[in-house]
Design a protein around this ligand. Sequence first.
Ligand code: ADP
Ligand code: ASP
Ligand code: MG
Length: 412
Amino acid sequence: MGIVVQKYGGTSVGDVSKIKKVAERVKKTVEEGDKVIVVVSAMGDQTDKLVSLMYEVTDAPPRREMDMILTTGEQVSIALLSASLQEMNVPSISYTGWQAGIATEPHFGNARIINIESERIQESIDEGKVVIVAGFQGMTNEKEIATLGRGGSDTTAVAVAAALKADRCEINTDVDGIYSTDPRIVPYAKKLSTISFDEMLEMAVLGASVLHPRAVELAKVHGVNLLVRSSFSDKEGTYVKEENTLEKEIVVSGVAYDEDVSKIEVLDIRNEIGAMSKVFDSLAQANINVDMIVLSEHGAETFHLAFTVGKEEAERAMEIIEKQKENLSFRRAFFEKDVAKVSIIGAGMITNTGVAAKMFNVLNNNDIRMKMITTSEIKVSCLVPLENGKQSVKILHRAYDLDTESETQIET
Ligand code: ADP
Ligand code: ASP
Ligand code: MG
């Protein structure tokens, strides 16, 4: 008898009838002889609704109170799922993140899990119960409630699977696996039977919401057997694995897309030692993640700096920069929200030349302006105008020969 962790995302528990269907799937897994731990997200777009509700009372929500309201979403779904299971005579118990012993860092809004004291989950499993854990939440040392960042329920599932040494961790979602790009943008995207941790991590970091980046990282470190599959069918999903089973000669294996970016530019910063660290230290202290960075010297005296942050962090980042105006003696800072990041990913890139050049040519030939570019050994990212974002994904997917013949049907 093994332990299986099953995570169900927001769409999969979008209404009461879907929750009952999830309960049936859980029941089936129990009947197959597995001990099941379920991690669930908030119903449908409940998290977005709670964010908007908070903005109805303030333009600058206190981060603690934002986490307080957001964690209620998952509490609704765990209670409904547990009661549905009991209605079907399957013994079960629901736990909030803190009841389940999930300890996090003290960062509201994007806390990382540091430890899971799993005794309570283990005891309930030993009593023969299905344990249902609220995703995306935990508790800090100071007994404050913190969330793990949007999409963080995947991470809860993988962390619980690692702590309980589960046989497998299934991410059940609204697509039937991991594709070469988002099948909602490119219907001719190719479904992958396996993907390596490194490529998946890169895809996730670059915006493929099918898995939360931290979930991939944790699965790699703890050797969790991770599978992404559909909540609505029994189709074979995609395994995320250690070895790179993707053919090496495939230079570009996927295209990722992210609209959650804003570009910040700071012009004519006085060129002196330590100026860069002043900017980025202050952002790091405020726990703001900076992504693409471009620095250019402007004469001997000053330099320009451009970087990207998440859309929700843009205003806060601007405030932090503006506060240092005197200290850094820059001329002007401004931000732009109508941008998107499109990236090509592939382990085969290291050994092939001309991959980036082809990307720039394809975008150029389609009159798509590139506002920023960053590269690593296995990816090239371009910041483009938001209005050209999805079009860029489609044409790059085709240009790198990733399109398949048949269209993906997305079940709901
Ligand atoms: P959940 O609510 O189940 O966590 P998400 O919306 O977070 O679901 O993630 C699933 C979505 O990820 C899919 O509906 C799809 O639009 C998107 N997605 C982005 N990139 C990919 C990809 N490469 N493969 C599959 N799905 C992807
Ligand atoms: N409910 C949270 C969100 O919408 C967490 C999750 O679904 O993974 O981001
Ligand atoms: Mg998700």
